[in-house]
Design a protein around this ligand. Structure first.
Ligand code: XUL
Ligand code: CO
Length: 437
C-alpha cells in the first residue's frame, strides 16, 4: 500500500531528556493524571480541512505545499488518496480522533444528488479506515460558507431556497456523522452575519437561525443520533459581524430560542481573542454556565487582527485552559481539536508532524501543571476565602431573599464602612509561575 508519510513510523514518548524533534516530551498517552490517562483527558483530534486541504494559499498568492495525495487529476481519486493519507497521519501521530466538514472529504458535484453519492463513497472508505485504525470521529460539520450560493449566509440568507439547500446539506452531514459514530456535530456560523446593516434585517435573520437549529435538533432525534450538538462562536471573519459572536452571545441566543438544553459550546482560542476575550475567559464563561463542550485548540497573533489559526504552543494558555476544563469536570463528548494550520513557508509534510507534536506536548504540559494546581488547591481556596462573606449571615440573607434595600440600609447604618481586602493579583500571578516549570 502507498505510504504518504514514509519519514515517520510513529511518534514515541521519549520524555524530557529527549532531543528528538519527532518525539513527545510531555504527552505520554497511557500515563494517569488525576485518575484518568492523558489520552482520556485530552481527547486530541486532527482537523481534516487545515491539515490535508489547506496548502498555504492566502489572499496574496496560491498554495505553496505540494502533497503526494494531491497528485492525481481526478477529484474523487484525490479524495480517496487524501483519506488514506489522513488515517496514516492519525495513526502515526497517535491521535484518537478526527474532525471534518462534508466538503473537505468529497468534492462537490454540480447537483446535490451526485454530491451526496460522492460523500457516501468516501464515507464508506472512512468507516473502514476507522475500523482498521481505531481512530474515532470527534465531530462532523457542513461547510455552509465556501460555495457562492452562501455568499449572504446559509440559514440567515434572504432567500428561503438557500435555507433549504443548507438544510439538505446539514441533513446529509448529520447522517454521515451518525454513520461514522461521531461523538458530536458542530455548527460554526460561516457567513451567518452581515456586511452592512443597510441591507440586513437582523431580527428576521436571528429567527431564521433559530428555526434552523430547531430543525437540526429535531432531525438529530429522528435519526437516533445521540452525539452532542455544539455552536462555535466567532465574532467576525468572514463577515464583519457574526451572530454567534462569543460564548455569552451564543448563550443568550440559545436561551431566548429554547435551545439551551440541546447545545453546548465549542470554544476556539483564536475566535476568543478576535472577540476581545481571552481563551481562558471563553472557557470560564462556558464552565460557569454548564456550556463547556469541546475546544478548537489553536492560537492567534495579537499583532494581526485576523484568524491566523496557529498551532497552540503557549504554556500559559494551555495551563489555564486545562485548569478550567478539569475543574468543570473534564471532557465528556468533546475534546481538543487542532483547528490550526501550518504557516505558508512550512511546506514539508513533516511540518505537519512537528506542528501537532508541539501542540499535543503544550496541552499535555498544561494538563500536568493544571492537575498540580488542583491537587494543591491554593487557587481554589484563595477564591473560596475571597467570597466567604456570602456563606455568612449577611450574604445568606441577601441571597435567600430575606434582606431587601431597607434591611441592607439598616445594616450599613449600623456597621459603617465595610472592610476591604486586597485581591492579591500579583501574588497569584507569581504563584502561577511557580507551577509553570
Ligand atoms: C472557522 C472555523 C471552522 C469551524 C468548523 O474559523 O473555526 O473551521 O471550526 O466549521
Ligand atoms: Co474552529
Amino acid at each position: 500500500m502507498k505510504e504518504y508519510f514514509p519519514e515517520v513510523k510513529s511518534i514515541p514518548f521519549e520524555g524530557l531528556e529527549s532531543r528528538n524533534p519527532l518525539a513527545f516530551k510531555h504527552y505520554n498517552p497511557g500515563e494517569k493524571v488525576l485518575g484518568k490517562t492523558m489520552a482520556e483527558h485530552l481527547r486530541f483530534a486532527v482537523c481534516y480541512w487545515h491539515t490535508f486541504k489547506n496548502l498555504g494559499a492566502d489572499p496574496f498568492g496560491p498554495g505553496t505545499m505540494i502533497r503526494p495525495y494531491n497528485a492525481e487529476t481526478d477529484p474523487m481519486t484525490v479524495a480517496e488518496e487524501t483519506m488514506r493519507a489522513a488515517f496514516e497521519f492519525f495513526r502515526k501521530l497517535g491521535v484518537d480522533f478526527w474532525c471534518f466538514h462534508d466538503r473537505d472529504i468529497a468534492p462537490e458535484a454540480d447537483n446535490l444528488a451526485e454530491t451526496n453519492r460522492r460523500l457516501d463513497k468516501i464515507v464508506d472508505l472512512a468507516a473502514s479506515l476507522q475500523e482498521e485504525t481505531g481512530v474515532r470521529l470527534l465531530w462532523g460539520t457542513a461547510n455552509l460558507f465556501s460555495n457562492r450560493r452562501y455568499m449572504a449566509g446559509a440559514s440567515t440568507n434572504p432567500s428561503p431556497a438557500v435555507f433549504a439547500y443548507a438544510a439538505s446539506q446539514v441533513k446529509k452531514a448529520m447522517e454521515l456523522t451518525h454513520r461514522l459514530g461521531g461523538a458530536g456535530y458542530v455548527f460554526w456560523g460561516g457567513r451567518e452575519g452581515y456586511e452592512t446593516l443597510l441591507n440586513t434585517d437582523m431580527r428576521r435573520e436571528a429567527e431564521q437561525l433559530a428555526r434552523f437549529m430547531h430543525l437540526a435538533s429535531e432531525y438529530k432525534k429522528e435519526i437516533g443520533f445521540t452525539g452532542q450538538l455544539y455552536i462555535e462562536p466567532k465574532p467576525k471573519e468572514p463577515t464583519k459581524h457574526q451572530y454567534d459572536f462569543s460564548s455569552a452571545a451564543c448563550h443568550a441566543f440559545l436561551l431566548k430560542n429554547g435551545l439551551a438544553e440541546e447545545f453546548r459550546i465549542n470554544v476556539e482560542a483564536n475566535h476568543a481573542t478576535l472577540a476581545g476575550h481571552s481563551f481562558h475567559h471563553e472557557l470560564a464563561y462556558c464552565a460557569a454556565h454548564g456550556l463547556l463542550g469541546s475546544v478548537d485548540a489553536n492560537r492567534g497573533d495579537l499583532l494581526l487582527g485576523w484568524d491566523t489559526d496557529q498551532f497552540p504552543t503557549d504554556i500559559y494558555d494551555t495551563t489555564l485552559a486545562m485548569y478550567t476544563i478539569l475543574r468543570a469536570g473534564g471532557f465528556t463528548a468533546g475534546g481538543l481539536n487542532f483547528d490550526a494550520k501550518l504557516r505558508r513557508q512550512s511546506i514539508d509534510p513533516i511540518d505537519l508532524f512537528h506542528a501537532h507534536i508541539g501542540a499535543m506536548d503544550a496541552f499535555a504540559r498544561g494538563l500536568r501543571i493544571a492537575a498540580a494546581m488542583i491537587e494543591a488547591g491554593e487557587f481554589e481556596s484563595f477564591v473560596e476565602n475571597r467570597y466567604r462573606g456570602w456563606g455568612e449571615p449577611l450574604g445568606q440573607d441577601i441571597l435567600g431573599g430575606k434582606a431587601g434595600f431597607r434591611e441592607l440600609e439598616r445594616y450599613t447604618l449600623q456597621n459603617g464602612e465595610p472592610e476591604i481586602r486586597s485581591g492579591r493579583q500579583e501574588m497569584l500571578e507569581n504563584m502561577l509561575n511557580e507551577y509553570i516549570r
